[in-house]
Design a protein around this ligand. Structure first.
Ligand code: BG6
Length: 468
C-alpha cells in the first residue's frame, strides 16, 4: 500500500498530434513536398492529403481542446510549410498558419508545445541525400533559427526531433521511399550522427537566444523485461535497452557516445565518419528536459544465433525486431495487448520514468501514450471507447505512482488530441479524444464527434488527475 501524492498544480494535462498526420492541405499555400508526401501508400489506406483537415479546421478543433480543458497542446511544425529553399526566403503563409495555431491556444490558456521535426524531411533535401548529407544539418539550423525568431517569445517547450530512434532503428516503420529502398545500416548510423549534431547545435543556439524557454529531445522510450532469470537473457535485455534508448539519449544529454553502442558500431563496421570537432559540438548542446513517447514494454531474450532472431517479434509491435548475436524479442505472458497487438503495460510506464530519471535526473514530459483501436460510432452517433479510458486511467495512475516515487514529471500529452492518420493503418486505427468522421476511402463531412474518453479526460483534467 502506498499513499499517492497529488499531481502538481501546474501539471501539463495535454494531448498531441503531428503536422503530417493531422493537417492535410499538402499542396496548399505553396507548401513544399516532404518525404512523407512522396511515400508509397498501401492500397486502400488513407494518404495524408486531407488527413483530419486540421489545416482548415484548426480554430474549431482548438476550441474543442479548450472545452476538453487541455492545459497543453503538442503539435509539430511542417518544415515544408515554412522554408522555401529559395534565397533563404520563408513562406509567409506557413509562418502565419503556425502563429494562428499558437495564438489560438494562448487565447484559451493552452500551452503550445512544438515539435520541430516529426518525420517529415523536405523532399528537396532528400534529393540531396537527406540526413546522409552533412549539409542537412545547416538547413535544419536555418529552419530552427526561423522558428525561434518567429515563435520563440510564445513557446516555452520545444521538442527537437520526434523519435530519432524509430527513424534510425526502424526506417520502414514510417513509410517506404519512392525508390522502394531503405538506407543500409551503415548509412543509418551516419544519418544518426548528423541528426545528433543538428540537435546539439539547435540546443546551443536556443540557449544563446532564450533565457526562459525549455528545449529537449523526444525519444520513443520503453522499459524492458528479461524473458527469464537466465543470465544470458539479462545481458541481452541490457543490450536491447542500451541500443534502443540510451545510445540516443546519452549523446543528447551527456554529449558522448555510449561505450556499448560504440563497441556495437565498431564490431559491425557501422561506425560513422566523425569529424574533428564533432564531439565538442555534441558536448556543447544540452537539453533542459527529456520528452518521451511511451506505448508498450518489450520482453527480451538471448539471441539464438541461428538466423531467426530478426524475425522474432513480440506480438505485432512496431519496434522490437531481434538482432543476431545481440537480443531476441520474446512474449510476455503477464500483459494484455491492444487490438493491434501492442503490449498494454501501465507499470512499465512507471518503470520507464524511474529509469530515465535515475540516469539523467532531468524533468520528463510524456509527449505520447495512447490506445490505438478501430473506434465505431453507434446508431446514436456516440463512440464508447471504454478500452481507451481504461488504458489512460491506468497510465495516469502509473504516472502518479512515479511522481510519488520522486520522479519529476512535467506533463502528460497522450496521442492523440483528435483522430489522425496512423502511420500504417490509416483511419482504421484511432487514438483521439475527438472522432473524425471519415474512413480511409470516404471523406464524408469530416465532422468532429466527442468520444466517451473526451468527457472522461475532461473530468480528469478538471480534478487534476482524479476521475471520481
Ligand atoms: C509514434 C509516432 O511512434 O507512434 C506517431 O510519433 C504515431 O507519429 C504513433 O502515430 C502511433 O503509431 P501508429 O503506427 O499506431 O500510428
Amino acid at each position: 500500500y502506498q499513499k499517492l501524492n497529488s499531481f502538481p498544480k501546474n501539471f501539463l494535462w495535454g494531448a498531441s498530434i503531428s503536422a503530417y498526420q493531422a493537417e492535410g492541405g499538402t499542396n496548399e499555400d505553396e507548401k513544399l513536398a516532404s518525404i512523407i508526401d512522396k511515400y508509397i501508400h498501401p492500397e486502400g489506406v488513407a494518404s495524408f492529403e486531407v488527413a483530419s483537415d486540421f489545416y482548415h479546421n484548426y480554430k474549431e478543433d482548438i476550441k474543442l481542446f479548450a472545452e476538453l480543458g487541455l492545459k497543453a497542446f503538442r503539435f509539430s511544425i511542417a518544415w515544408t510549410r515554412i522554408m522555401t529553399f529559395d534565397n533563404k526566403k520563408v513562406n509567409e503563409k506557413g509562418i502565419d498558419f503556425y502563429h494562428n495555431i499558437i495564438d489560438e491556444c494562448i487565447k484559451y490558456g493552452i500551452e503550445p508545445i512544438v515539435t520541430m521535426y516529426h518525420f517529415d524531411l523536405p523532399y528537396y533535401l532528400e534529393e540531396k541525400g537527406g540526413w546522409l548529407n552533412r549539409q542537412t544539418i545547416d538547413y535544419f539550423l536555418e529552419y530552427a533559427q526561423v522558428l525561434f525568431q518567429e515563435y520563440g517569445g510564445k513557446i516555452n517547450y520545444w521538442l527537437t526531433i520526434n523519435e530519432q530512434n524509430t527513424m534510425i532503428l526502424h526506417p520502414g516503420a514510417i513509410g517506404l521511399p519512392v525508390s522502394g529502398n531503405l538506407p543500409t545500416k551503415k548509412e543509418l548510423f551516419q544519418m544518426n550522427h548528423h541528426v545528433l549534431l543538428a540537435q546539439a547545435k539547435v540546443f546551443k543556439i536556443y540557449h544563446e537566444l532564450s533565457a526562459t524557454g525549455n528545449i529537449g529531445p523526444a525519444i520513443n522510450l520503453t522499459a524492458m523485461y528479461q524473458a527469464t532469470a537466465a543470465p544470458e537473457d539479462a545481458i541481452a535485455a541490457h543490450n536491447w535497452e542500451t541500443l534502443r534508448g540510451w545510445s540516443f539519449l546519452d549523446v543528447a544529454v551527456r554529449g558522448s557516445y555510449n561505450y556499448l553502442f560504440e563497441k556495437y558500431l565498431q564490431d559491425r563496421e557501422l561506425y560513422p565518419t566523425i569529424e574533428k570537432n564533432d564531439f565538442k559540438t555534441l558536448a556543447a548542446g544540452k537539453p533542459d528536459f527529456i520528452a518521451i513517447n511511451y506505448y508498450s514494454t518489450a520482453t527480451i531474450a538471448a539471441s539464438k544465433n541461428d538466423g531467426t532472431d530478426e524475425s522474432a517479434r513480440a506480438g505485432d509491435q512496431q519496434i522490437m525486431l531481434g538482432e543476431e548475436g545481440v537480443y531476441r524479442a520474446a512474449e510476455n505472458p503477464y500483459v494484455d495487448k491492444t487490438p493491434y497487438g501492442w503490449v498494454v503495460d501501465a507499470s512499465g510506464l512507471r518503470l520507464t520514468l524511474r529509469k530515465l530519471y535515475d540516469r539523467y535526473e532531468l524533468p520528463i514530459l510524456i509527449t505520447e501514450n495512447g490506445y490505438g483501436a478501430p473506434d465505431k460510432m453507434d446508431s446514436n452517433g456516440e463512440i464508447h471507447d471504454i478500452e481507451r479510458i481504461d488504458y489512460l486511467r491506468k497510465h495516469i495512475r502509473a504516472i502518479q505512482e512515479a511522481l510519488t516515487d520522486g520522479v519529476q514529471v512535467l506533463g502528460y500529452l497522450p496521442w492523440s488530441a483528435i483522430d489522425v492518420v496512423s502511420t500504417h493503418q490509416g483511419f482504421n486505427k484511432r487514438y483521439g479524444f475527438i472522432y473524425v468522421d471519415r474512413t480511409d476511402t470516404d471523406l464524408k463531412e469530416l465532422a468532429r464527434v466527442k468520444k466517451d474518453s473526451f468527457y472522461w479526460y475532461k473530468k480528469v483534467i478538471s480534478q487534476n488527475g482524479l476521475d471520481e
